[in-house]
Write a protein that binds this ligand. Structure first.
Ligand SMILES: NC(=O)C1=CN([C@@H]2O[C@H](COP(=O)(O)OP(=O)(O)OC[C@H]3O[C@@H](n4cnc5c(N)ncnc54)[C@H](O)[C@@H]3O)[C@@H](O)[C@H]2O)C=CC1
Ligand SMILES: O=C([O-])CC(=O)C(=O)O
Length: 326
């Protein structure tokens, strides 16, 4: 079997360090799938990426068939089958949102273009670097020859956080919980929805107090990233890497029958989310493609929250449009 080429940007960063070893050990694609890794970094971080590559060598992973380290996007994405876009420009003190979007446009535009020109026909892209949904939109717009559905952004970490918070509340195992959903943006406006989530055949929203759902669960999940930064002095890295593994694993290998997961994928207009926006939905993966779960009833409480998060995504889209980034 020919190795699958996995390109990781920001490979010398925190998430990169937590991610690369798991990809090389077979957890991304399967225990029988050989991989080659391509590490894309900015020039000053190449040496650190080389250090990580030395450690990858030292693991003697049977599935790892090669490592390439480069600061050239054209080279990094050449023949890539999976692209994990982790490296991004973080927001720094005093930075306006427009500056942040523009700085990221300077990263995700050229990377999208390189993917368009050089990646393999089956390329699948997961954007992790924030603002993830809009960075995915920028990369997608720069890659008109790649099917739009191949550009996705990560809300699986939010999904996993929601599973874990609910399991703790109900004193059940995360495996007892099915059909969790994160809607919208990977930001504080995201909406973790318990109205379709099932625990032992019952609807989760009916098993918890209303006040807990509104005042504890939703804000705790939505603001968990900030809480981790506050506690660790650095943003989530191992849990973010874990979620990236889950997302790509399920995209390629399928989601289990009777359950779904959450991923930010280009909207087809489902649930009133404007077409083209890269928004989180309840999704299943079948035959290597994400499909939005259809037919869920959305009550007024959920509608307001989905609309608020999608409204933020529309604003971000309009802002990058005004900057000619899409
Ligand atoms: N979607 C999600 O759920 C989550 C997203 N994130 C985001 O993931 C991103 C990465 O986080 P960390 O690894 O902790 O950051 P980090 O700062 O440790 O690493 C980022 C790396 O990206 C590299 N980089 C910057 N520009 C690049 C470019 N043009 N090409 C290639 N590499 C480039 C940097 O040199 C650095 O090594 C951040 O934007 C963070 O906000 C973090 C946690 C969860
Ligand atoms: O803001 C960040 O960099 C961290 C983040 O996205 C998260 O942990 O959800």
């Amino acid at each position: 079997m020919a190795p699958v080429k996995v390109t990781v940007t920001g490979a010398a960063g925190q998430i990169g360090y937590a991610l690369l070893f798991r990809i090389a050990s077979g957890q991304l694609l399967g225990a029988d799938v050989p991989v080659t890794l391509s590490l894309l970094e900015i020039t000053p971080a190449l040496k650190a990426a080389e250090g990580t590559a030395m450690e990858l060598d030292d693991c003697a992973f049977p599935l790892l068939k090669g490592i390439e380290i480069t600061d050239s996007a054209d080279k990094a994405f050449d023949g890539a089958n999976v692209a994990l876009l982790v490296g991004a420009r973080p927001r720094t003190a005093g930075m306006e949102r427009g500056d942040l979007l523009e700085a990221n446009g300077g990263i995700f535009g050229p990377q999208g273009k390189a993917i368009n020109s050089h990646a393999a026909d089956d390329i699948r892209v997961l954007v992790v670097g924030n603002p993830a949904n809009t960075n995915a939109l920028i990369a997608q717009a720069a890659a008109p020859d790649v099917p739009a559905e191949r550009f996705t952004a990560m809300t699986r970490l939010d999904h996993n956080r929601a599973l874990s918070q609910l399991a703790a509340k109900l004193k059940v195992s995360v495996t007892d919980i099915k059909k969790m959903t994160i809607w919208g943006n990977h930001s504080a406006t995201q909406y973790p929805d318990l109205f379709h989530t099932e625990v032992g055949g019952k609807i989760a929203a009916e098993l918890v107090e209303d006040a807990w759902l509104r005042e504890t669960f939703i804000p705790k999940v939505a603001k968990r990233g900030a809480a981790i930064i506050e506690a660790r002095g650095a943003s989530s890295a191992a849990s973010a890497a874990n979620a990236a593994i889950d997302h790509v694993h399920d995209w390629v290998n399928g989601t289990p029958e009777g359950d779904w997961t959450s991923a930010a994928i280009p909207s087809d207009g489902s649930y009133g989310v404007p077409e083209g926006i890269i928004s989180s939905f309840p999704v299943v993966s079948r035959d290597g493609r994400w499909e939005i779960v259809q037919g869920l009833s959305i009550d007024e409480f959920s509608r307001e929250r989905i609309d608020a998060s999608v409204g933020e995504l529309v604003e971000e889209r309009d802002a990058v449009r005004a900057l000619n980034l899409i």
